[in-house]
Design a protein around this ligand. Structure first.
Ligand code: GDP
Length: 469
């Protein structure tokens, strides 16, 4: 399939979802108008329309998915995903394993950011992105890492086999010059000047292939850095394999992450278990129309130990995997008094290996699981439901969209734009509307999500000609 075909096919899938978000939300609003405006009969009728509308949506989405695997497209996609990922991984390997470490240009990354596991992995990946773009070997300083006192290499394979010595002829803080042998990178929040290739940027030389292959090339690119960084040590792999076996992890399975404790009220809103389960049910209902689902299995991860028993009690028709003891450890870990590494490794691994994710993208735990998920499928960009944010990367550059249809503000709070206008997107309200600002008119507000698509930030990065393509 051509790039245009793939982009169009995925556009239809998203379009149907957005159409249903919109219609569903408007009907729900109508239903709630109260007896003085809406009679009980009418309210019941609206409910019926919602129910069968949902089935219509499910059938079309299933059909579009079936379409994606016809005519041998699935095998093309699998081969292309492998080939593209192999190329990128070989570049990383080349970058990280210079023949002569004493002469190599280096980037020092300190794994001492005071934040949670997801945040620290994202910090490391950000360093690695800068290393790739500047063609510097990343030296990861992980001594006394809060999640493992023994350092990164106790959990993951070393980021380099040949070059771990941070020394060099001269050393400078960011940015240094091209000639500076050793440059030390600050955390992204302190980075100045900011280079153009920070997420969600994608590399020019691979962009055509990435856009053809993947529904969100921006997250695919991040996933590749995770794929290299998070190569487990054999002991870590064994621990995860055993955990998976013991909990009887089987497909189909939906991964749910409920982030509570210190996050609620500060960086995110509270969401009840029912809100998550609504979307889990939605996933299984859709699947049920294609194949008989014998067991509705859910991997449930949370930092709130009360969530698992509550879910089990309220949803007896589901099988919940997930460990209350992990959740208890997690609740402690969020206060950074302890570093329950095993628990967070298991939770993120199982979430990433689930068929679908339901979570809040405001949490780095779930965004990391989503990123890793992309390395396990040719295109898993649609395999999620976030209750709050759209995908983002901490410290990212502006996330823009471009209008593919003009829009005239129809209601208060809406913005207008012309075809081709660039919009800064702040979020999707999952009700047919996104929020953003028209960069031409400076008008900020809501707009119909289907009228704009992501404008990728494509940057010219080294193309590693030393590595055969
Ligand atoms: P964020 O704060 O949710 O954006 O993500 P971070 O990973 O930066 O920090 C949250 C920390 O809380 C994690 O690293 C874990 O230590 C802990 N945590 C949060 N949710 C979970 C969970 O579902 N399972 C486990 N095991 N730990 C969690």
């Amino acid at each position: 399939p051509s790039k245009e075909y793939e982009v169009k096919r995925r556009g239809i899938y998203k379009g149907v979802q957005e159409l249903w978000y919109f219609v569903n939300q408007e009907l729900e609003k109508l239903k709630k108008k109260g007896p003085e405006l809406i009679s009980t009969d009418l309210s019941n009728l609206i409910q019926e329309v919602i129910s069968s509308g949902k089935e219509h949506e499910a059938v079309i989405l299933n059909d579009v998915q079936d379409l994606s695997s016809m005519e041998g497209h699935d095998s093309w996609r699998a081969a292309e995903a492998r080939s593209l990922s192999d190329l990128v991984q070989r570049r990383f390997h080349y970058l990280q394993n210079p023949a002569d470490c004493s002469k190599a240009r280096k980037l020092i990354c300190n794994l001492n950011k005071s934040c949670g596991y997801g945040c620290q992995i994202h910090h490391t990946a950000y360093c690695f992105i800068v290393a790739y773009a500047t063609k510097r070997t990343m030296i990861l300083n992980s001594k006394k890492w809060r999640y493992h006192r023994g350092g990164w290499e106790k959990v993951f394979l070393p980021v380099s086999e040949t070059c771990t010595d941070p020394s060099g002829l001269d050393r400078s803080n960011w940015p240094g010059t091209h000639e500076t042998q050793v440059v030390e990178l600050p955390i992204v929040d302190m980075l100045s000047p900011r280079p153009p290739y920070l997420p969600l940027a994608i590399p020019l030389d691979l962009s055509e292939r990435m856009i053809r292959l993947h529904g969100d090339p921006q997250v695919w690119w991040i996933g590749q850095f995770m794929k290299y960084l998070l190569r487990y040590q054999p002991e870590t792999q064994t621990m995860l394999d055993e955990a998976k076996e013991n909990m009887n992890f089987r497909r189909p399975i939906v991964g749910v992450h409920v982030r509570r404790t210190d996050k609620v009220g500060t960086e995110a809103a509270f969401h009840s278990i029912d809100e998550y389960m609504f979307h889990v049910a939605d996933y299984f209902n859709k699947l049920d129309m294609k194949q008989k689902v014998e067991v509705r299995r859910v991997y449930l991860a949370s930092d709130d130990p009360s969530v698992i028993p509550e879910a089990k009690k309220k949803y007896p028709n589901y099988e919940f995997l997930g460990d209350v003891s992990i959740a208890k450890g997690a609740a402690v870990a969020t206060r950074y008094t302890d570093s329950s590494l095993r628990g967070i490794l298991i939770d993120i691994h199982m979430l990433a290996h689930s068929d679908h994710l339901v979570c809040t993208f405001s949490s780095q735990v779930c965004r990391l699981a989503y990123e890793i998920m992309q390395t396990l499928h040719p295109d898993a960009s649609h395999k999620f439901k976030s209750l709050d944010d759209i995908y983002y990367y901490g410290g990212q550059g502006p996330h823009q969209q471009v209008a593919i249809y003009p829009h005239k503000s129809a209601r208060p709070g809406e913005i207008s734009f012309e075809l081709g206008d660039v919009l800064g997107i702040a979020g999707n309200h999952w009700d047919g509307f996104s929020k953003g600002v028209n960069e031409r008119t400076k008008q900020a507000g809501l707009y119909p999500s289907f009228k704009a698509i992501d404008k990728y930030h494509i940057v010219d990065l080294p193309s590693y000609s030393e590595v055969s393509s």
